[in-house]
Design a protein. Structure first.
Length: 482
């Protein structure tokens, strides 16, 4: 009977001399049997101690539990969606330090509610400061944590590890630009959906240990999980994004090798390795590991922050390049292609007002087309069911056999019919023909509907800019005709 793993987002944090207790990813192994019970009208036994409701949310099942919190799958009956609720456990009576830490960890995540909106970061929708058991309402995505892929008998292919690492780097770079250091990057806090045909989803979660450079509240220092903590984090020094970079490198190392870069049965011995030892070469631990991957991870695991890649962009670029040139063996160099597309969009005037998150949505949601010379983009009389943005090449617009416009990178085509206010006007008024082999990004109403409100708003602004430029060009042409 197949397991039904879920994302477990339980927080586990520690002080200077202790590691964080790893969050346990819970599973529901009898999902298919439960469905059979429901079909037959039988009553499935209720999990002992499972609350019926948390606030306005109806609890479905427990997803996971850690030292300081437990996580439930729940239904938001108002919003008609499933969410993950992370509820803080009450500290034992008399444990003032534990109570203080729980309050700090909750406040750290509560401050981020609604702020972080990145496709590779778990969203926090709401924070409820209940006096006894405060809780967070978060995005729920079925899947699993990376913990299960850290063992030698469950390792992922190298190309999938490259894709996971690139997406984590982009997410943590986004987090760093908001003045945040996660401080607890580890396999249990990276959620992923992996299928035989590739990686479907990657999300960073659990911001209970986050350090916010912009916050004025008291923050807990010396937190994290020992096996993934940088030397400066162990020392309690002032941190920057390179501490998280070290931690991600330790996670990627373990995904490749099936063991962390430093490993010991006693904490003192492990700390000594982190301070003084060099991680064993990956070339000796797994066949097919390219030298570039080994060298990059060893650089990111350098003892001194100044010896690591200078920032997240530098690391993400170098890591993504592993997907090209045949190293590692990569049947799906999708991560490199996505990065190339992102950079291409960033160079186009059409997307000047788009932020990184909006651009990544365009990369993933748009339909990328390669069109040969002479191909018809739109034909006069066609219904206006979408529009295309030219990324490369040239498209000429003809009316009655006469060339009316030549459109190049950053221009859009088909948007006038798409924006028309009524069906009888929503028809193409000209023929759009490829003059120079082109790459375009096509959007339909359905694809636009899947975009976030922020990205749709960016498109609205871009449309206005297009219309203003077209009106200005028409005005100039009219003026010169007199």
């Amino acid at each position: 009977m197949s397991a039904d793993p879920v994302f477990a987002t339980a927080t586990a944090t520690a002080t200077a001399t202790a590691t964080a207790t790893a969050a346990t990813a819970a599973t529901t192994p009898f999902a298919s049997l439960a469905q059979k019970f429901v079909r037959l009208g039988w009553c499935w036994p209720v999990e002992p101690g499972l609350p019926k409701r948390i606030g306005r949310y109806r609890v479905i099942r427990r997803l996971g539990a850690g030292a300081t919190s437990e996580v439930f799958l729940a239904e938001d009956e108002c919003g008609q969606r499933q969410v993950a609720i992370k509820r803080v456990r009450e500290a034992p009576v008399g444990d003032r330090l534990g109570q203080h830490h729980r309050a700090c960890f909750f406040a750290a995540e509560a401050d981020l509610a609604g702020q972080l909106q990145h496709p590779n970061v778990v969203r926090i929708f709401d924070a409820v400061a209940d006096p006894h058991q405060p809780y967070l309402v978060m995005e729920y995505v079925p899947g699993d944590t990376l913990q299960r892929h850290c063992l030698p008998n469950a390792l992922l292919p190298l190309d999938q590890i490259v894709e996971i690492g690139a997406k984590c780097a982009m997410a943590l770079g986004y987090v760093a630009r908001h003045g945040l250091i996660h401080r607890d990057v580890k396999p249990a806090n990276i959620l992923t959906t992996v299928r035989p045909d590739g990686v479907r989803d990657v999300k960073i979660t659990d911001f209970g240990s986050v350090f916010d450079h912009h916050s004025e509240r008291t923050q807990v220092f010396r937190v994290g999980s020992l096996a993934y903590m940088s030397p400066e984090q162990l020392d309690g020094c002032t941190l920057d994004a390179r501490a998280d970079l070290y931690s991600l490198a330790a996670v990627l190392y373990q995904l490749v090798a099936g063991r962390p870069p430093f490993d010991a049965s006693q904490q003192i011995a492990l700390m000594h390795q982190i301070y003084h030892a060099e991680p064993p070469s990956l070339l000796l631990q797994r066949s097919g590991v390219p030298q570039r991957m080994d060298a990059l991870l060893r650089q990111a695991l350098a003892k001194r922050p100044g010896d690591r890649p200078v920032d997240w962009d530098a690391f993400a670029t170098a890591w993504s390049q592993l997907a090209t040139g045949g190293a590692p063996p990569c049947s799906r160099p999708q991560v490199a292609l996505d990065l190339e597309r992102f950079k291409l969009l960033r160079s186009l005037t059409y997307f000047e007002g788009f932020g990184d998150v909006e651009l990544w949505e365009v990369v993933h949601r748009g339909q990328w087309l390669r069109l040969d010379h002479g191909a018809t983009v739109y034909r006069r009389g066609d219904p206006g069911r979408g529009f295309q943005i030219i990324a490369r090449g040239r498209v000429d617009v003809y009316r009655n056999g006469q060339c009316m416009a030549q459109l190049g990178p950053g221009d859009s085509v088909g948007e006038m019919a798409y924006l028309a206010p009524s069906p009888d006007l929503r028809l193409q008024r000209a023929d759009a023909i490829v003059a120079v082999p082109a790459t375009t990004i096509a959007f339909t109403p359905e694809a636009l509907g899947r975009l976030s409100p922020a990205t749709r708003q960016r498109f609205d602004t871009a449309f206005i800019g297009v219309l203003v430029r077209r009106l200005h060009a028409a005005h100039e042409a009219l003026a010169h005709s007199w």
